[in-house]
Design a protein around this ligand. Sequence first.
Ligand SMILES: [Mg+2]
Length: 128
Amino acid sequence: MALNILVVDDSAVMRSMIIRTLQMSGVELGEVHQAANGQEALVVLDQHWLDLALVDINMPVMNGEELIECIRQKPAIADLPIVVISTEGSETRIERLQQHGAKFVHKPFTPETIQQIIQSVTEVTNGR
Ligand SMILES: [Mg+2]
């Protein structure tokens, strides 16, 4: 099953790195969309059907945590699988994100890591 993926990060370089890593991971990719902050991500989510969002935490305008809270409150996209990709080290912050059902991956990451995480989050929601 090809996955439509949204990559949310304020760094364009990081977004292309993430997309390159995705392409090397063996995950079958459908549409790949990008957004530079949470607000842009919500616009993309309104306009496209997405299977998964990869989300940075520290971003201007609307950060990753605010974005995830917003997504979980919108019935149409509340179940969207989310993987947070960040250099974030704070355990309490990571725990808070996990309570919102988001998985966490530290930057930088390997194609194998992202492949395993994507498999685990998309399997859970298969058949939703
Ligand atoms: Mg950032």
